[in-house]
Design a protein around this ligand. Sequence first.
Ligand SMILES: C[S@@+](CC[C@H](N)C(=O)[O-])C[C@H]1O[C@@H](n2cnc3c(N)ncnc32)[C@H](O)[C@@H]1O
Length: 330
Amino acid sequence: MARKHEQAISRIIIQNIEHIPYPTTNVVPIPNEIDVEELNKVDKRNTMNDLTGSEWLPETKSFFYQKGLGSTHPHAKIERHHPAPYSFQDIARLVTFFTKSGQRVLDPFGGVGSTAKACALHGRICTSIELEKRWHDLSLERLETEVSIGASLNHEFINADCIPTLSGMESNRFDFIVTSPPYWAILNKRADHKVKVRVEQNLSTNYSDSQKDLGNIETYEMFLDVLVNDVFLQCARVLKAQKYMCIVVSDFRHKSEFISFHSDLIQRLNNLSIDSSSKLSLQGVKALIQNHKSLLPYGYPFAYVENIHHQYILVFRKVKVKSKKDSDGI
Ligand SMILES: C[S@@+](CC[C@H](N)C(=O)[O-])C[C@H]1O[C@@H](n2cnc3c(N)ncnc32)[C@H](O)[C@@H]1O
C-alpha cells in the first residue's frame, strides 16, 4: 500500500518537473588585451593539451552537464550491463584537456572501458585495470564494436586487482589518471526503485561478490583507508611529476546518514605526501550535473531527503614539495 502511494506521488512529481532551459552554448567574453586570432591557435607554450585558447577556456568552468548517448542508442547496449558506468563523452573532455595526443592515461577501476573508449576515440593510450572478468571482457568488446575492429589492441586491458597491479608498476609512467571508484557498498544496500528496474531487466546490480572488490569492504572507514593508501597513493606514484589525476565521485546516503564521500576524499588526499619530493594538491572541484535524472519522492511529505543529481570531479595535481632549503630561500 505504502509502496503504491510512493509510486503514485513519484509519477505526479515527475510529470510536473519543469524543464528549465539552461544555456548550452559557452559564451566566453574575450578581454581586450587578448588577440582573437591567437585564441584560435594552439599556444606554442602549451605543453598540457592540443586545445586552442577558445577551446581551453570553457573547460575551466567549475561545472558541466553530463552528456550520455541515451539508453536507446545502439552503443549504449554494452555499458548498460554495468551498474555504474560513467559517460565516455564526459571523460573525453577531461582526457583532451589534461593530455596531448599519444599520451598515456590510467584508469585503475576500468569497468566496461569508458576511459579506454574516450582514449581510443581521441588518440590517447589507455591502461584499464578491472577486477571482474565480465566487465573486462565487455570493455574489449566495446572497443572492437563501438570504435573499430582492432582498436582494443592499441590499449592495455588488465583483468586483475588494481592494488597489487599498481604496486608492481614503475613510477612516473602516466600522463593522466581518470577514474571512478566504487562508492563503498552503495550497490549492496536494500533494493531501491532503480535496483528493482535492473532486476526486472535481468541486469547486474553489483560489480562482483569478490572480497577484493572495494565495493564489498565492510566499514566505510576501512574502505577509505584502502582506497586512499593502497589505490590513490599508488596512482599518484605512477603519475608523472606535475600531471593530473581526476576522481569522479558522488556523495550518498547510508541508512539515515548522508555521507559526503567527496569531501572525505579531499580531506584525506589533499597535501598527501607521495614521496620526499612530491605530494597531491587539489586544483579544483567540478560539479558534473545530471539534470536528466528523475526526481523521486524520498522523504515526502515528512523530511528533506536529497535527490542527488550531480557528481564531483576532484582534480588533483602531483606537485613538488618545497624543500626546507627552498622555503628558507637558501
Ligand atoms: C564505478 S565502477 C567504474 C565504472 C567505469 N568508470 C565505467 O565507465 O565502466 C568501479 C569498478 O571498479 C571495479 N573494482 C572494484 N574493486 C576493484 C579492484 N580491487 N581492482 C580493480 N577493479 C575493481 C568494479 O568491478 C567496478 O567495475
